[in-house]
Structure formats: C-alpha cells, structure tokens
Design a binder for this molecule. Structure first.
Ligand code: BGC
Length: 740
C-alpha cells in the first residue's frame, strides 16, 4: 500500500511542468503558498500521522502526495548508526559508520566561529549523505554544575560564547538542506531526575543566562527545529510548556520552525495539543509490544488527539498550525531539490575533525616549557593511563557513535614520535573495561590481571628512565562519568588516578597530564605536575590531534569555555542553589537560587577562593602582548556605538593564535549585575613578531540587563567599563565611557 502511495506521489511529481503541477511541488512558489496547498489536500488522518513518530527516529510524511518521511538522527558529534525500526539497538548496517567530530565542549573551546561553521557544514554533509532531514543537536544548555553528566554535549557556561558558536554550526548544517534541532529547550542542566525536575528560576536569570544561546540559535542561526527538554518549568513539562514554547519561543522570538519533543518527553495530550509541540517522538518506546496493532497510535499526538477532534472536543486549528510547520520543515529539507548530495567519511571531514580538535585542546599549564616535546633519536616516551587506549566514541548516551576509525592517543603518539623515540605504554590504573552501546562494540579487550598496586609500581618504574611521561586519563563515557541519564558523583577523578599521577610526579619532572573529559575535574596534584592539557572527547582524530599539540605541530590556542573550580563547594549551584543527586519518583522542585552566579560571574567576585582554572584561560607556546586599549569616545548615546581597539603582538618565536576577549561591566545599576560579562571575542593568527589591531563594537545590547518588572532589556545611563582580557581572570586593559 505504502509503495502504491509513493508511486502515486511520484507520478504527480514527475508530470511535465505545466499548469497542473500542484503548487506544493512547485519550488518557484513561495513556501507559504506551497504549505497551504499541501495542507488543503491532506485528510485529517494524514495530518495526525504527520505529527508523531512512526518508528524510533522517523515520521511518515504523506505518501499519497509524495511528501517524504522525516528522518531524524542524533547528533550532535556525528551521525548516529541506524537503529532497528522500533528498537534502540543498532540495525547492523555496514554503511553507516561515520566520522566522529570533537564534542561540543571542544568546539566551544576553539572560540572560533569559523571552526563552528566548518563543523556544521561537515556534519551536515554526513547527515545529508545518510539521507537525514534533522540532526538532533546541537545542545546549548548552560554549564551550571560540573556534575552534569551531559555537559560534554554543550558549549559551556557563558550565554554569549554558546550563542556565538551555535549560530555558524546551525548555518553550516542547514546549508546542506538538513535541519538542526537545537536542544534541550530549556533548563535541562543536570541529568538525575531529568524527567521530574521542576526548575524554579527567576526571570532575570532565565533571560540572561539560560535563554540567550537558544535565542541566538533561533534569531541569528535560523534553526528550523528546536527540541523541548525533559524537565519541567512552572510545573509543565518543557516539551509542551506554554511559557517557554508559546510565549517565549514563538511570540517573543518569532520562531517559525518545528518543536520536536525529546524522546519520551511528551506526557499530556491536552498540553501537547495547545502548548507549542509539533512532533512527538519516543513516547512509550517499548514499541509494538504495547497497544494493539501499532503502538505509535497510542502517542498523545496520535489517536488520543484524533479522538478529541472526532468527538468534537477540540477543533483543528492547532493541528493545522502544527502540520503547516512540519510541511515547512519538509520543504526546507527533504523536498528541497537543490540541496547538495553530502558525503560520508571523506578526507575533508577527517581533516576538519582534526583541525577543530587541534584548536580546541587547551594548554592549562606549561611550567618550564615542558611542552612542546623535543624528541631526539633514542628518546624514551612513557605513556600511562587507560584513556590513552580506550575508544571514547562509544557510550555516553544518545551521542554514541559507530565510527569508521578512531585514532587512540597512544597510536597518535606512536605515529608522530615512533620513528625516533621508543614509545612504551603502561596502564597505570583500570577504569572502565566496557565498550558497548546499543549493540555497537568497540571490540577492545581492556581486561587487566595486575593488581592496582602493581599497575602503579610498573608505571613508576617505567617512568624512571623516560624523557617524557605522558599521563592520559580523566573521565570516560560510562555511567556517572560523562554520560547521559546520570550525573557524576563528585568533582574528583575516578579510579584512584590522583594516586597514579602523584606517584609519577614524584619520579619525573617531565610529566604531562592529558585530561580527557567534558567536565571540570579536581586536580589536587596541580602544583606537582608541570604541564597539563585539557583534551576533551575529540572523536575520530583524537590521537592525531593530541600528538599535534604535544609535538608543537599545532600551537595550542583553545581556551576554557567553563570554569574549573578548585572544589565542588565553590560552585554556586551547590552553595546556594539546589541540586539533587538522588533519584526520586515524584516531581522535585530544584531552585536555581544561585541565580546568575554561574561560572566566572561568581568567581570574579570572590576574594578568598580562586578557581583552579578560570573561564577563558588557555596558554600558547608563544607569547602575546596586549597594547593599551583605546576607545573611540568616552560617551555613547542609547542608539549609538563605541569601538574599542587593542593591538596584539606575538612576542614569541612561533606562529600562534590568540583569542582576545571583551567583557563589559556596569559600574552602578539599579539591579545587581556581575562584575563583568563576555560581550565579544576575536581569534587572531599571528606570526612571530607580527601584530594586529583587534576592534570591538559595543552597542546598547551589550550594556543591557533584563529588567524582570518591565519584562524588557534595559541599558541604564552611567559609566561602563570595557575589559580587554586574555582570560576572565587575566584582564590586560580597561577603558570606560558614559552611556547617556
Ligand atoms: C536525548 C536527546 C536525543 C534523543 C534521541 C534523548 O534521550 O535526551 O538528546 O536526541 O534521546 O536519541
């Protein structure tokens, strides 16, 4: 039957271009006209079918009219392997392996919108080649606590940085005729109790911290889809939340795309009808075992909705609005005849993954210039740690991938240095030996028979004669690490890694710690280790990218997109706010009493405590000198601008990139404000001795705060300070002006 429908659709589509060509198929016609035409041809049942899933990741379109299915896919770091029609398990295809791009934390750490554009374009090409219409990502939930198991999928703690990085990602993906589905809207800032957390947050914090990146995604990125989050806000689930979806997303921001539920995030038929949800996915995903003939008929936006319309309880106004938006999505994607064909696992994609990773790795510390490594014939390099060999692309939840290849850090180091040096490996500790997710296995045997004591002793004895000791550890993608649906138990490194690092530090002064994680970790040994790299989850090219930075082939230029606190007790979410690490059955209120004190907005004000590493921090193998910033005028009118310029010089002997950060501070305001907030950044490439002028334009928007009483952004007259900085804790110059 389905085939017959498809054939009929094809015939309509193929009939010679004449007056009979239906408007909805005529790409020369405005999209709104095509939508109306298609809508007018659809039956009630076809409309209902269009707004809920028919399988784990697809919805049916309208076969009779030749309107194709909508195929979605995770996201956001690579294109997820095909799963069975109604199961989470992979389908076992042999042509669905992908390139894993670096996790979004790494992308954010590049502070380079060009990298985000390259990322989006490349990922979109992979999605397109796999015939997907919607990529479920990127995620821009704010980093509120380092315990959130899903931080690795997001872009850090700062709304401005996340917004600036998400926009080119979206444009890049969508240039392929593939929609992004920006997630998880909104306030999904931890995983434990994610379905039953009711977030209580004041409007100011909501608008200033948790919403701006989503707003940028909608208004600047033009995303064609948004995913509602699992949690509740104002006691309504965010997949059908009147306030976030109707009032903010559609009325205030003018979003014209599709709202997709998170998988299993739809709970109430009436709310799903009225409160902005357009497509329901993942409900009751035990699939065909549930219900009568087709479990998908039980979805809230399936028979229950149909019944309400049939028995006159509700009209079709909301339904038509939803269908219009889905049709628009289809016209923008699968029915866009001009979209490119895409490509999978191309050399260009590997090159992009490696380049982004190289720009995102952050050099946290480099005492005595231990890095870059200078390796001579006969040098001995000892690599220690499970993360040097463990595949990191499998696991972590829905972002898990099946990759065509993944270069391990150890292999990358061997490949780069092996012709000169002897590269030896010691395990050091045993962490997680598993390697399976939804039927995708790494195929690695990580079993180990030595005792923990023996492992440390062996590593220490190997370290004694080594020219360099590279410890590669951190977290992994297992539960309670960096993993969806669980949070971390604490800030510390698991598996007693601290003891291994300390034991190594005691026998060598050429120790480099490479921390693989999507989250901040405690580093009680920070003073004892001369060089530390934050290397994230960087995907297929992990080993190459790490070796690029260790060797100096790539001069590190990443900067932290979130604060590394020294202790969990220094994090406002845990000082003032609420957070529950224990699972509960009922709805649990979580009050964000930490308010806007997220990350550097808090650490900036602390006199007694210092972060381990501040937001925006990241070193280079060269040095940069900042000139005195200059401002175009000491006064600004409400509709005017001022520009701030600063000269940056590369004072070292290597080419390198520096990200110049611009923060704004309001000296006096009617409501308390953070000391300073990021409002601009620019990454520049400079050869040794070269200098360049970096200029920022400041306008009213950069000076405004959200006034909750007036429900609008306000820039109050007064003195503003512009800080030019190399990191949030490394201000290099300040200029001031008065807003009239
Ligand atoms: C996750 C989403 C994901 C979806 C589909 C959910 O559990 O929260 O981010 O896109 O599953 O896999």
């Amino acid at each position: 039957m389905k085939l017959l429908y498809a054939f009929a659709g094809l015939l309509v589509a193929m009939s010679p271009l004449s007056a009979q060509v239906p408007v909805y198929l005529d790409e020369t016609k405005p999209i709104e006209d095509r939508v109306e035409d298609a809508l007018g041809r659809m039956t009630l049942e076809e409309k209902i079918a269009m707004i809920h899933a028919q399988s784990k990741f697809s919805s049916p379109g309208v076969p009779r009219l030749g309107i194709p299915e909508v195929w979605t896919t995770d996201g956001p770091h690579g294109i997820r392997p095909e799963v069975l029609w109604d199961e989470w398990d992979q389908a076992g295809w042999t042509n669905d392996s992908c390139v894993a791009f670096p996790a979004l934390t790494c992308l954010a750490a590049t502070w380079n919108p060009e990298m985000a554009g390259l990322y989006g374009k490349s990922l979109g090409e992979e999605a397109r080649f796999r015939n997907k219409s919607v990529v479920l990502g990127p995620g821009v939930n704010i980093y509120r606590t380092p315990l959130n198991g899903r931080n690795f999928e997001y872009m850090g703690e700062d709304p401005y940085l996340s917004g600036a990085m998400v926009v080119p990602y979206i444009r890049g993906v969508q240039s392929n005729g593939v929609a992004t589905c920006v997630k998880h809207f909104a306030l999904n800032n931890h995983e434990v109790n994610r379905h039953n957390t009711n977030v209580i947050v004041d409007d100011r914090t909501l608008y200033e911290i948790y919403l701006p990146a989503f707003k940028a995604a909608v208004q600047e990125g033009g995303t064609w889809a948004i995913m509602g989050s699992y949690n509740l806000y104002r006691n309504e689930h965010c997949c059908h939340n009147e306030y976030t979806l109707e009032k903010i997303l559609r009325d205030e921001w003018g979003f014209d795309g599709v709202v997709i539920s998170d998988w299993g995030g739809t709970h109430d038929t009436d709310q799903a009808i009225r409160n902005g949800l357009d497509m329901e996915f993942g409900t009751g995903t035990d699939g065909l075992r549930k219900g009568t003939k087709n479990a998908y008929d039980n979805y809230h936006l399936a028979y229950p909705y149909l019944e309400k319309i049939r028995n006159g309880e509700i009209g079709t106004e909301e339904l038509d609005a939803k269908v219009r938006r889905v049709l628009k999505l289809i016209f923008r994607t699968a029915m866009n005849r001009n979209r490119p064909l895409g490509s999978l696992c191309s050399d260009a994609h590997y090159a992009a993954a490696r380049q982004i990773a190289g720009e995102g790795i952050v050099l946290l510390k480099n005492e005595d210039n231990v890095l870059p490594m200078t390796v001579e014939d006969g040098s001995k390099i000892l690599v220690v740690g499970e993360n040097a060999i463990k595949m990191m692309t499998v696991g972590g939840g829905s972002s898990s991938l099946k990759v065509q290849r993944e270069i391990s850090p150890l292999d990358g180091i061997r490949e780069r240095f092996g012709d000169k040096a002897e590269v030896i490996y010691e395990r050091g500790y045993v962490g997680d030996t598993g390697g399976e997710y939804n039927g995708v296995t790494t195929g690695q045997d990580l079993s180990e028979s030595r005792s923990p004591e023996q492992l440390v002793a062996d590593a220490v004895s190997a370290a004694k004669g080594a020219d360099y000791v590279i410890f590669i550890g951190g977290l992994n993608k297992s539960e309670h690490q960096d993993c969806e649906n669980t949070d971390r138990a604490g800030l510390g490194l698991p598996y007693d890694q601290d003891a291994v690092i300390e034991a190594l530090a005691a026998v060598t002064d050429r120790l480099v710690v490479v921390n693989i994680s999507g989250n901040a970790v405690a580093m009680p040994w920070v003073e004892e280790v001369p060089a530390i790299l934050q290397a994230w989850y960087i995907g297929s090219e992990a080993g190459h990218a790490i070796a690029d930075v260790l060797s100096g082939d790539v001069n590190p230029s990443g900067k932290l997109p979130f604060t590394f606190p020294a202790r969990l007790e220094d994090v406002p979410a845990h000082i003032f706010g609420e957070y529950t690490g224990t699972w509960v059955r009922d709805t649990v209120d979580i009050r964000y009493l930490d308010g806007m004190n997220v990350g550097y907005r808090w650490t900036d004000r602390q006199k007694k405590t210092k972060p381990l590493f501040a937001f925006g921090h990241g070193l280079s193998y060269t040095g940069f000198e900042y000139g005195k910033p200059r401002i175009s005028s000491t006064e600004m009118t409400q509709d005017g601008t001022v520009t701030v310029s600063v000269r940056i010089t590369n004072t070292g002997s290597r080419e390198g990139k520096e990200t110049v950060q611009m923060y704004v501070g309001d000296r006096k305001s009617s409501l308390p404000r953070p000391l300073k907030e990021l409002k601009g950044f620019r990454k520049v490439l400079l050869s040794p001795g070269e200098s360049t002028e970096v200029t920022f334009t400041v306008d009213k928007e950069d000076l405004s705060f959200f006034d909750p009483d007036r429900h609008e952004w306000v820039a109050e007259p007064g003195i503003f300070d512009i800080y030019v900085a190399a990191a949030s804790d490394d201000v290099r110059g300040k200029v001031s002006f008065e807003l009239k």
